[in-house]
Design a protein around this ligand. Structure first.
Ligand code: URA
Length: 434
């Protein structure tokens, strides 16, 4: 077997065998297959797709590419959560401490930003001292001690996904159902979760632009979950505009803290509560979805969710003085407001372009080795359907370079559209696929 034949087969739209997929994953993980060869194969998969059998084989091969975590020593059902990615998506930062505050253990491995979307690990690392790279023993110990740990995929879990994930990011091959399904499910299988709640985002700020493609991705992941004996529920959520108001790493952390203190933007609240209610249900701690949402709201009101967040940050080395006083987060050099040039209602915003604009400000990576700037980003002042007057504040931009600020101002005016007609509010929860 050799990699050239495998690339050729996929290029010519033929189906790869289990052995060929395993050969590729093994060879790429141990460095025998070069980045440029892997890039060619990944691009061929992106263009020509995979059969269900190929996607399943790819998932299992990636899950088996490194260690696998056994969380059974925790003696509890571990429910994991993962999102297919979005703009302004700070759900994990809020939802996971909130669920943990209800006594449901959370052992979460998150990713970095991918394409135009942000990543939870980058957001957590904007908190000074927070260590996302702790080893497996300490990860499990943290869950035993305080009921929650959130780390990056630095452990030797699904290392093939780690390599392919950043390769895809650098060659514009992210938006592919087999590649996303195998990436997410391989990590979830390797990280030992018994049950999985997936936030399958859909819209201009997601990798799946239509509800049909989001449904297809959801069904594929549920099938893989069934084969791997992991009960999986997918919640299809709207990502046609950024979630909440903030986009950018420390700005999103600040919004998450605010949420946990009770200041909850409506769209973000709907998504957090729906995903959380299903996590509680799958954990066997509450059959009734509406009652589960009430329990979460109670833990926002009584401060237990916020307390759990503080405990999580402190336990992983983070400086909680930043959480207690968010003014301590480093400020961008330029903070400028952008005003609407006409009156009316916000018709729509291109969330993908907003994600790209924030990446260009420095919040995301253009190349995989790039560093990121945690203080830059934007805060929206209005959401889709909101009324706005000419001259009223539309968005605040946080930048560290004058040149980038000027460009962001110009670009943002082109991606947020105002109309004279009244617009109805967007529905956030589009479908539950079980
Ligand atoms: N999240 C992942 O973990 N992988 C993807 O491919 C997309 C989103």
């Amino acid at each position: 077997m050799n990699i050239l034949n495998i690339i050729e087969k996929k290029r010519d739209k033929e189906e790869l065998s289990k052995e060929e997929i395993e050969y590729f994953i093994k060879g790429y993980t141990n460095g025998e297959i070069a980045d440029y060869q892997a890039a060619a194969l990944v691009m061929a998969i992106y263009l020509n797709g995979m059969t269900k059998q190929e996607t399943t084989n790819l998932t299992i091969a990636m899950a088996n590419s490194g260690e696998k975590l056994d969380l059974s020593i925790l003696n509890e059902i571990i429910v994991d959560k993962h999102s297919t990615g979005g703009v302004g998506d700070k759900v994990s930062l809020i939802l996971l401490p909130l669920v943990a505050s209800l006594g449901i253990p959370v052992a979460k491995m998150s990713g970095r930003g991918l394409g135009f979307t942000g990543g939870t690990v980058d957001k957590l690392e904007s908190i000074p001292g927070y260590n996302t790279g702790i080893d497996i023993n300490n990860f499990v110990k943290n869950v035993e001690k305080i009921g929650i740990s959130m780390i990056s995929q630095t452990l030797n879990l699904a290392p093939a996904d780690k390599k392919i994930y950043s390769l895809r990011d650098s060659i514009s091959c992210v938006e592919s159902i087999p590649l996303i399904a195998s990436s997410i499910m391989s990590k979830k299988i390797a990280s030992g979760a018994q049950k999985i709640v997936l936030d399958v985002t859909c819209g201009s700020g997601a990798f799946m632009k239509s509800k049909e493609s989001a449904e297809e991705l959801a069904k594929e992941m549920i099938e893989i979950g069934e084969l791997a004996n992991r009960e999986t529920v997918c919640i299809l959520t709207n990502m046609d505009e950024p979630l909440g108001y903030a986009v950018g790493n420390s700005l999103e952390v600040i919004e998450a803290i605010d949420f946990l203190k009770g200041n909850m933007p409506e769209d973000l609240k709907e998504v957090v509560l729906e995903l959380g209610a299903y996590m509680i249900k799958l954990a066997g701690k509450g059959e009734n979805i509406s009652e589960n949402k009430i329990k979460m709201i109670e833990n926002i009101k009584n401060g237990k969710g916020y307390e759990k967040f503080l405990q999580l940050i402190e336990n992983q080395g983070g400086d909680i003085s930043y959480i207690k006083d968010v003014n301590k987060f480093p400020k961008a050099k330029y903070v400028e407001k952008l005003y609407s040039i006409k009156s009316g209602y916000i018709k729509n915003m291109d969330a993908k372009r907003i994600g790209e604009i924030v990446c260009e400000l420095g919040a995301g990576r253009v190349r995989k080795e790039d560093g990121i700037d945690n203080s830059v980003g934007i805060i929206l002042n209005k959401k889709v359907s909101d009324n706005i007057k000419e001259g009223e504040e539309l968005v605040t931009i946080y930048a560290n370079s004058e040149e980038k600020l000027v460009k962001a101002k110009k670009d943002l005016l082109n991606v947020i559209h105002v109309t004279e007609e009244k617009i109805s509010k967007q529905k956030m929860i589009l479908e539950i696929v079980e």
